[in-house]
Design a protein around this ligand. Structure first.
Ligand code: PYC
Length: 403
């Protein structure tokens, strides 16, 4: 019976930690697992993915599943566009149904200033070959016929930034698909294995100390999102990151009536309807820094108020679940990705509210960095050094909602 159960699992049950690995990835979320998966394409298979909790239990399991690439900077738009393109072929690559619904993404504008910012973003996007354009209130209504856009709204809708390639995907399927692919490629996945420190020798990490023993490591990657500054501190590489919570919630399933992702920065909401009919809704990050993932009543009240202005039909819908996740926010709202001052220690951090969207391209580019020792061009703008060299990549106005 026990054997039968094990054979059916999607990845091998955790074995004993070996003494040494070519690559140790800290964090078994979407970024860590994707990196382990793509390392196989470079012939690197002696890999351990360690996580203090369970697979996909951090930000990968606590987002609102939105994908998009309509960022504000050319660097950001290029990078996230490469990620969306990988997501488009990912179900086939992983041979795993990821339920990617490319239903389009619409960011509402409620003021002249917002229209100007959206127009600017649309231009930047189009110069990168990304489908993104300003649309009129009439087109907004055509895309979301069930949404209230009449005169009684607190914030009248003046137009929107429309991004057809955006959409939603099944987030846990992404994690499981990458975990299964990484496992098939030979990587070992070790949940319940907390990293407690690094042993340093000659400016390098020589070994990783864990709650299950010590392992030697050729290269170490920090893919721990909300906990990235804690893990980086262990290597003596401080990150300019503050950690906040982001809250979201979901209603009971209702009849399908929304077929596009709707975002309003002014109203601090993003709303989509899942394949099951649930309304998935989120808000801006909380302004205080914390590692406690406790939800708040204020969040539920404000979010419900704004959602009901747009979708009064949801008045009687019950909330099924609410959750909070950690966001590792960088000063310019762009990721911190790639090499650090410790030669064999690389980082994927500073994701704020954008991390889940980036998982495939993070995995691909970090795997290339590990395999070749060279920073791929796509991620060169995002290295930690930019904060010492005054080369910030400000994505401040590209957040789904205000930060
Ligand atoms: O930037 O698309 C976004 C986003 C969605 C949820 C949080 N951020």
């Amino acid at each position: 019976m026990r054997d039968l159960f094990r054979k059916r699992r999607m990845w091998r049950p955790p074995s004993r930690l070996r003494d040494s690995y070519d690559v140790v990835i800290v964090g078994a979320g979407a970024h860590g697992l994707a990196t382990a998966y793509y390392l196989k394409q470079h012939g690197i298979t002696n890999v351990a993915v360690l996580d203090k909790g369970y697979i996909g239990g951090g930000a990968a399991g606590r987002n609102t599943t939105i994908l998009r690439s309509n960022y504000k900077t050319p660097e950001g738009a290029r990078f996230y566009d490469a990620s969306v393109k990988l997501y488009e072929g990912l179900a086939q690559d992983l041979n795993f149904n990821l339920l990617f619904s490319q239903i389009g993404h619409m960011t509402l504008a409620h003021s002249d200033r917002a229209m100007f910012v959206m127009a600017n973003r649309a231009e930047v996007n189009r110069l990168q070959g990304i489908d993104s354009r300003l649309i009129t209130p009439e087109e907004v209504q055509e895309l979301a016929p069930a949404m209230y856009v009449g005169p009684e709204t607190t914030y009248p809708i003046m137009g929107a930034l429309y991004h057809p390639p955006g959409g939603i995907i099944r987030h846990d399927a992404v994690v499981w698909g990458y975990a299964r692919g990484a496992d098939e490629g030979g990587a070992e996945i070790h949940p319940g294995t907390e990293v407690t420190g690094f042993e340093m020798e000659g400016g390098r990490i020589s070994a990783v100390r864990t709650s299950r023993g010590r392992v030697k490591a050729g290269v170490v990657l920090n893919c721990t999102a909300g906990w990235s500054s804690i893990v980086n501190d262990m290597a003596g590489v401080p990150l300019p990151i503050t950690t906040h919570i982001l809250q979201a919630c979901v209603t009971e399933p209702v009849k399908p009536f929304l077929d596009v992702v709707v975002v309003s920065s002014q109203m601090h909401v993003y709303i989509s309807q899942s394949d099951r009919g649930e309304f998935v809704m989120g808000s801006e990050i909380e302004p205080w820094t914390t590692y406690r993932m406790n939800g708040t009543l204020n969040f539920l009240q404000d979010l419900s108020r704004h959602t009901l202005e747009l979708f009064p039909q949801l008045e009687r819908a019950r909330l099924l679940r609410a959750w909070a996740g950690l966001c590792d926010l960088s000063p310019d709202y762009s990721p911190i990705l790639g090499t650090t001052a410790v030669e064999n220690f690389h980082v994927s951090a500073g994701w704020g509210t954008y991390g889940f969207k980036a998982a495939p391209i993070v995995g691909k580019t970090l795997a290339e960095l590990v395999a070749t020792g060279r920073t791929p061009e796509l991620i060169a703008p995002f290295t930690l050094e930019r904060f010492y060299e005054d080369r910030l990549v400000s994505e401040l106005a590209a957040a789904a909602v205000s930060h």
